[in-house]
Structure formats: C-alpha cells, structure tokens
Write a protein that binds this ligand. Sequence first.
Ligand code: PRP
Length: 180
Amino acid sequence: MNYAVPVSNLEVLLDAETIAHRVRELAREISADYRDRPLRLVGILKGAWVFLGDLIRHLDLQITVDFLSIASYGNHSRSSGVVRVTKDLDESIEGLDVLVVEDILDTGHTFEYLRGVLEAHKPRSLKVVTLLDKPSRRVRPVRADYVGFAIPDVFVVGYGLDYAQQYRNLPDVRVLRPTP
Ligand code: PRP
C-alpha cells in the first residue's frame, strides 16, 4: 500500500512520549474525579480506539467499555452536522456514569449529535474526554470535560487518527499539510 504522503514527510506535532505522559495525567484526573464509582467508557470508532486502549490501562477505577460507531451523510455532512449511528451500544447505559472517549473535537457537530443520542438513554452522568481539541474550529456549543491537548487548526493523523483510513498506526500525532 502506498501512503498518500510518506510518513517521513509529516511533521511531528505530538511525539509518543508527550502523548503517553499526558494520557497518564488524564487517567489520574479521571480516576480522582470518579473515585469509587464504576465508570462506563464509550469509545467512538474508529479514531478513539488507540487513545482508549492506552487510557484505560492507567485508570485506577472499576470500568467497563463499550463502543459506538458513527458515519456522516454525504460529503458535506461534517459542516452540516448530519451524522448517524452505524454501530450502536451493546449494553444499556441507563443510570450509569458514562465517559465518552473521542480522539478529536473539531466543529463539535459529532459530539453534539452523540450527546443527544446518549442522553436519550438516561445515563446518571455524561462527560467526554478528548485527546485533541481544536477550539478555533468549533461551530457548535460543546466542550470537553477533559482535554489532552488543544491544537491549532491543522489536519492531524496518527495515534488513531486517519487520512483516507491511513496513518492510524503511527505512534505520534503528525501534521498532514494540503499539497499546494
Ligand atoms: C472524527 C472524530 C470525531 C469527529 C470530530 O471522526 O473521531 O468523531 O471527527 O469532528 P467534529 O467535531 O467536526 O464533528 P471521523 O469522522 O474522522 O471518523 P473516524 O473516527 O472513523 O476516523
């Protein structure tokens, strides 16, 4: 398989060590906030699974994990915010403390939609942790409860994030710049 751009041409924005350090910090913060309460983590596929995999191994909590998969309608859905669930939760979240795990919060359309879907299931509480946040891109009124890194408006790949399904396996987060 040929990459759209060779990995060596992609500038590193966050190296693996920096990410690992921040993930441990987030896990400590989350563990302290939930203390003895069981926590259901809901990973949003596909981008969040690498982050979720690292995060849960540092949580000092009784946790369970479920996944939701979503897709966008058409080519302009990201800006229109029209998304749909393609893989629903396996288990009910009613009455549970739920932490949504996202890789990136960008315009906010996706999480605004997800929040509506999940709140309809009546969790006891609903929070979100995102590895990356692009606050300058936000068009919907959503914010994450826990943020790994606020980043500028650049297209990023690696550590679960893709371009055309490529680069998810990179251990660091790199910038994919548009070709001139
Ligand atoms: C990414 C990310 C969020 C969404 C955020 O998913 O995982 O779900 O975009 O963007 P928004 O705030 O502008 O709505 P993507 O569509 O890239 O799918 P993937 O996770 O399968 O790579």
